[in-house]
Design a protein around this ligand. Sequence first.
Ligand SMILES: Nc1ncnc2c1ncn2[C@@H]1O[C@H](COP(=O)(O)OP(=O)(O)O)[C@@H](O)[C@H]1O
Ligand SMILES: [Mg+2]
Length: 362
Amino acid sequence: MSELNIVNLSKRFDNTAVFENINLSVREKEFLVLLGPSGCGKSTLLNIIAGLESPTSGRIEIDGKDVIGLEPKDRGLSMVFQSYALYPTMTVRGNMSFGLQVAGLKRSEIERKVEKAATMLHLTELLDRKPSQLSGGQRQRAAIGRALVRDVSLFLFDEPLSNLDAKLRSQMRGEIRRLHDTLGVTSIYVTHDQVEAMTMASSIVVLKGGVIQQHAEPQTLYDEPENLFVAGFIGASPMNILKGRIAIEAGRPVAACTGFQVDLSRYRFKAPPVAGQEIALGVRPENVCFGEAGGTSNTGVMARIDYVEPLGADTLVWTKVGDEAMSLRVDPREARLDRQTVPLHFDLDRLSVFSRETERRL
Ligand SMILES: Nc1ncnc2c1ncn2[C@@H]1O[C@H](COP(=O)(O)OP(=O)(O)O)[C@@H](O)[C@H]1O
Ligand SMILES: [Mg+2]
């Protein structure tokens, strides 16, 4: 169990800055997911924490101790790679034992640790096979097993599931999370997959172009994205975005969009809204419904049905509001196709409002 602090960390390759002055704290026992598109610097950051790469400047503290300059093996962590990186000529048992042998552990001790990890990962029957005799999922399990046998206080995972098919991925998500809950070892897990991040993380750091966009619990990230990038990146179907301006009507803020207005009096602005400000109004597909709302809420949002995506459990209906796309996640029995133009209303407690200038949440 361990706490990790990243302080003013910068990394350049020649003249390209991967990131500058990153600050990040990982609490003890946390399962932190580092999420971002390909090339944003996730692996570089993980490799620097592991000691496989050195930073240009900055500190990394594990339990208050600066580890820059320490060899990877002396940092008290183990890492699982996307490529598995198993030794092809060794059996699963050999792969799992190797690091412990190098560390000089007694044979009986090694056997005990390998058996225990193998039981946890359902690898017992496979211990005498070589990697080439394993399926992708089994190889991944062996790679995790190798990380697990060592007494470390920090686990690092670099996209460990991206080579697996969807069903296995979903199963392994659960298994890794369960292992973490059992062992309680602080973990940093890198992925570009927002579903993995949402389902596994105790907290998520969204990274774009080497800059931390938001660090929050999964539900907060989903409900209150800090900027338009996070709003679009999180969510199986991205948040709908409509252009508008702030207007103040009878003392109440509204989003004035083309052809309709949306009441913002229940929206928690960070600073008092300013009339005329250009905004992007964000609404998730599950927070839009067919039909008119009662009372004074949104007035006259009309949408044209564009096309329908049945997903089984629910249906995504794509519409156009003016020339902007708007998707609704609805019960399959409610997916109306009979009318070309339908009124919509929004859940006014679930809106996001961003400045179009700064792209930040207002
Ligand atoms: N050894 C290297 N030399 C030069 N540039 C590199 C090296 N490793 C990574 N980069 C660059 O750093 C950036 C971040 O890469 P990486 O950390 O692998 O991203 P991610 O893991 O998020 O996909 C990319 O632009 C990549 O091209
Ligand atoms: Mg990577």
